[in-house]
Design a protein around this ligand. Structure first.
Ligand SMILES: Nc1ncnc2c1ncn2[C@@H]1O[C@H](COP(=O)(O)OP(=O)(O)OP(=O)(O)O)[C@@H](O)[C@H]1O
Length: 598
């Protein structure tokens, strides 16, 4: 049959997970709007509350002016004092409520960002994850999302309310004295120039700092993932240096961001002080010349002080936006990574019949820059029974399983389950039909029960007991004081290698697979474990199709058929006896590689 040429999906991860660029683009605004949109009503209401609080404060200088005017005329101060106090209290209460609502909303923004990211990470395609660092991906969920807190609510609201308050204050000032207003605006204009020059530096430093935090995560994951190897290799000091190196980069970038932020803060503060002095000097002269009243000067000065929080609010908002933009772009990079289509809920097909598997001239390589692992693989495996895949290390045996599970797509040819190309199966339905035991038999942290029911949640106690018996794990469970509730440690470190394998097999069997893929461990098992596993597999082969990447003679001799792979091709198919007689490579493998485990 003719090979079907297909594009190899490119792993887009690494290319996209580099150091992000510095600018705030329209994509940043779009992403920011995406985070804010579900909470827009709450944000607008609390923003309005904040605005009311700020504007209530604006009346204070006016009340102060009336108070001073009243002092001059000898009228009663009670009314003005009451108004002033009322304004202060109302402004403070409204401000506090608005602040609480905003903080609460910000936490909700972080939660929904984390939810979305986690959902996305779990659905990424295998090549996309392989081209990224797990620790860096983790830091995007934990650390970068935290940076959304301010930008998503505080920055937006305080930026807008501060800008409105600033405009209102300036209008009020213009009623007091236009000349003094001109002086003030002139000085403050300088702040705007400095701030706009400095902001991109803050964005860049923050991005570097976050990227370094990602590197710390990656380095930690590497170290903790191979903790015993690190210790056994005496590599503690070197690993420490590595992690410290990333921490120092984060520190340097953080310091740089802090430097620029301080510069902005100082500039804003200085500008206000200078305008104050200028207004005091020029205003004093104008009062002396009779061009304005002392009450207007006092009110103007109060408005000037009122400008401080507005300016600080705008400066803070812009700088938070820079910080948030760094986080948004790192999070958006995960959004850009390739995910699997999950159209179906993972339903089992109606049948429980053993599956049929076929490869038709399959060609595959892991990355475009790597050589073909499968050059032209063709085989046909009928339903039921046990088929062993053998061949030298690196022949592409495990890759056969990865292609059946659709972790990768072949560049040419077809992989079929039940005569239907796996590419046409909804991914979840396809995987629901398969039980897969990887070579290193991963066991997850948690209890034995968690691990057993991982692929079949809700499975009954009887089914668990039955599978435990079949995998000879019943004895182990009885010996353990906590039985099925025993915590197995990180990656099952509290279990022996053989036990881990049997737990992985039991987990796969509990899914009642129509196709069981078993990548046999290359490590030697003791006689009891090996016999237990062999019996389990032989037993499973009665009701399901079992494919085993075999490393043991005991496995191949009981196989119904053996597929011999070499250099990305199938070179022979037959039984043990047939292949020993007709295939020199198999005869050699049988005589050398497998003999050790007889
Ligand atoms: N994720 C991957 N990315 C890039 N190359 C890979 C990847 N997985 C495997 N390879 C390469 O593909 C080739 C075939 O690997 P595969 O695991 O299928 O071999 P195998 O026949 O199962 O070997 P073994 O008997 O040692 O387990 C090897 O050269 C391996 O280095």
């Amino acid at each position: 049959m003719a090979a079907v040429e297909q594009e190899i999906p490119q792993p887009r991860g690494r290319a996209r997970l580099g150091l992000p660029k510095g600018e705030i683009t329209s994509a940043t605004w779009r992403a920011l709007w995406g985070y804010i949109r579900p909470h827009r009503t709450v944000i607008i209401v609390s923003g309005l509350l904040g605005l009311v609080g700020s504007l209530a404060g604006l009346v204070q200088p006016l009340a102060a002016k009336w108070l001073v005017d009243d002092l001059g005329t000898g009228a009663s101060l009670t009314g003005s004092l009451l108004l002033l106090s009322g304004m202060v209290v109302a402004g403070a209460v409204i401000g506090a409520i608005s602040n609480y609502v905003l903080e609460r909303t910000a936490e909700s923004v972080i939660l929904s960002a984390r939810r979305r990211l986690v959902g996305r990470l779990l659905r990424l395609r295998v090549p996309a994850v392989e081209s990224a660092e797990p620790g860096d991906l983790m830091s995007r969920v934990t650390s970068d999302t935290t940076l959304l807190r301010q930008v998503s609510t505080q920055a937006v609201v305080s930026g807008i309310t501060s800008a409105i308050t600033l405009v209102a204050t300036v209008i009020m000032m213009s009623f007091m004295d236009v000349v003094l207003l001109g002086v003030t605006v002139g000085v403050l204009g300088l702040v705007g120039v400095v701030v706009s020059l400095v902001m991109p530096h803050i964005a860049r430093a923050t991005k570097e700092s976050q990227a370094a935090v990602g590197k710390i995560g990656a380095a930690l994951e590497r170290m903790l993932g191979a903790f015993r190897t690190v210790k056994a290799s005496g590599a503690e000091d070197r690993e420490e240096e590595r992690i410290e190196g990333a921490a120092k980069v984060a520190w340097t970038a953080g310091i740089r961001a802090a430097k620029w932020q301080s510069l902005v803060g100082v500039t804003a503060g200085l500008a206000v002080q200078i305008s104050f002095l200028a207004v005091l000097g020029i205003g004093g002269a104008r009062v002396a010349s009779g061009s304005m009243s002392i009450a207007s000067l006092i009110a103007f000065l109060l408005y000037l002080f009122y400008l401080i929080p507005s300016i600080a609010g705008i400066v803070r908002a812009v700088s938070q936006l820079q910080v948030g933009a760094a986080a948004i772009s790192r999070i958006s990079e995960v959004d850009a990574m390739e995910v699997e289509e999950f159209a179906s809920a993972g339903a089992r097909t109606a049948t429980d019949e053993p599956g049929r598997v076929a490869f038709e001239q399959v060609r595959f390589r892991y990355r475009p820059d790597l050589p073909d692992v499968h050059r032209s693989v063709t085989f046909d495996i009928p339903a039921g029974g046990m088929t062993a895949f053998v061949g030298p290390s690196g022949a592409g045996k495990t890759t056969v399983f990865s292609l059946i599970e659709r972790f990768y797509e072949p560049s040419a040819g077809r992989v079929l389950l039940d005569g239907r190309p796996v590419a046409d199966w909804p991914v979840r339905d396809l995987r629901a039909a398969i039980g897969y035991v990887e070579q290193d038999a991963p066991v997850l942290s948690g209890t034995l029960r968690d691990n057993l029911t991982f692929g079949a949640p809700g499975v009954g106690e009887d089914a668990i007991a039955e599978v435990l018996r079949r995998t000879r794990l019943d004895g182990l469970i009885e010996r353990l004081p906590d039985g099925l509730e025993t915590v197995v440690g990180h990656r099952g470190s509290k279990l022996s290698g053989g036990e881990r394998q049997r737990v992985a097999v039991a987990r796969a069997l509990l899914r009642k697979p129509r196709l069981l893929l078993l990548d046999e461990a290359t490590s030697q098992l003791d006689a009891v474990n090996e016999a237990a596993l062999r019996d389990t597999v032989a037993d499973a082969a009665k009701t399901t199709t079992v494919l085993v990447v075999a490393h043991r003679l005991s496995t191949v001799t009981m196989a119904d058929r053996i597929v011999v792979m070499d250099a990305g091709e199938v070179r022979a198919v037959g039984t043990h006896a047939e292949l020993v007689a007709k295939d020199p490579l198999y005869a050699e493998l049988a005589a050398t590689q497998f003999l050790a485990s007889v």
